[in-house]
Write a protein that binds this ligand. Structure first.
Ligand code: PLP
Length: 332
């Protein structure tokens, strides 16, 4: 398999959704194997940095369906490293699958490890204390790893992620400059749904530090507002550099296959001819559409320029779509 580390400047296209013009930053088109915000977050490691010369293993953890699993596997493959990726459990329906983030990561040589009691014992972690907290177990475990191991926390939530996200911020800012968007008496806002909040936080931080008047809008996908604020806090204690968290009236559970999420995804595909990710994007668009409704009442729609960041993740759709089909055959 041929994989290259080159990340192009991703294009920005103009689409129309719910009668409003939206600029879309196509980070899904960065590179076939490193798409979306994971490519941005791991961009530092794609370069040839001397500090990585002694690395033989890449160690990470998280959800078995995470988009970061696939991107980490591609990174390890490219670098000739072994990826050890820890999960709570591999569901039986997924085992042996060649599709989605899990299947494709295995095809790239990823070693996926279930944290069972025996393994916890060998890590000297009392399995009675274990509970569900993968994050704290792995943080503890990472301290015992030798220097040949590169440890990346769940979802790429680390300060070096800033390097690739700065490039993204620069690309958006350059586009606005080249297209005269700053000269209008208007507001520029960019929406992206958050998991760990790393991308949104570093994006807003760069704009603030460089005096670029672009406001980052986001929404929590995996937890609530206060969970997201805690994540922001871990990366930057200066609240004035935090993105704006939008409000929604609708309730949902992450990755729980909401019928309305699939329907919104399908509607976007028809209206824009762009395939979005099924985990985060339906939530992001739901918040954005609700927000845009309030705009048309409270202020002139035309004075706000809205961007949406397509953060990739399409490999995950290979397993999400069949799951939706099984659950809601009537809407296919
Ligand atoms: C990982 C991911 C996110 C969440 O990014 P964070 O930086 O963790 O907030 C959003 N969308 C897609 C498609 C992703 O793969």
């Amino acid at each position: 398999m041929k994989i290259t580390a080159a990340l192009s400047v991703s294009p920005i296209e103009i689409i129309s959704v719910a009668g409003q013009k939206i600029y879309i930053k196509r980070d899904d088109l960065l590179n076939t194997h490193f798409s979306g915000n994971k490519a941005r977050k791991f961009a530092y490691y794609l370069q040839n940095n001397q500090d990585l010369d002694s690395i033989t293993h890449l160690v990470s953890y998280g959800s078995i369906q995470a988009n970061s699993l696939y991107s980490l596997a591609a990174l390890a493959y490219l670098k000739g490293w072994q990826l050890d990726y820890y999960v709570n459990r591999i569901p039986s329906w997924l085992k042996g699958s060649t599709l989605g983030n899990y299947g494709q990561a295995v095809a790239l040589g990823a070693n996926i490890i279930e944290l069972d009691d025996a393994l916890l014992d060998s890590m000297n972690i009392n399995s009675k204390v274990k509970t569900e907290n993968l994050d704290s177990i792995m943080t503890l475990f990472s301290k015992s790893l030798s220097n040949n191991n590169l440890f990346i926390p769940e979802g790429g939530r680390h300060s070096l992620a800033q390097i690739g996200i700065n490039t993204l911020a620069q690309e958006i800012s350059d586009y606005c400059l080249n297209h005269g968007l700053f000269s209008h008496p208007n507001k520029i806002q960019i929406m992206l749904p958050s998991g760990t909040g790393t991308t949104a936080l570093f994006l807003q931080t760069w704009f603030k530090e460089n005096n670029i008047s672009i406001e980052v809008l986001t929404c929590p996908c995996v937890g609530d507002d206060s969970y997201l604020q805690q994540q922001f806090y871990q990366l930057n204690t200066n609240k004035s550099h935090w993105p704006t968290i939008l409000k929604s009236n609708k309730k949902f559970h992450f990755a729980k296959l909401e019928k309305s999420h699939y329907q919104l995804w399908q509607q976007l595909l028809q209206e824009t001819k762009i395939e979005f990710d099924l985990l985060y994007d339906p939530i992001g668009w739901q918040y954005l559409l609700e927000y845009m409704e309030t705009l048309s009442i409270e202020e002139n729609k035309n004075s706000t320029t809205i961007f949406y960041l397509h953060q990739g993740g399409l490999v995950g759709n290979q397993t999400m779509l069949p799951r939706y089909k099984r659950k809601y055959p009537e809407i296919f």
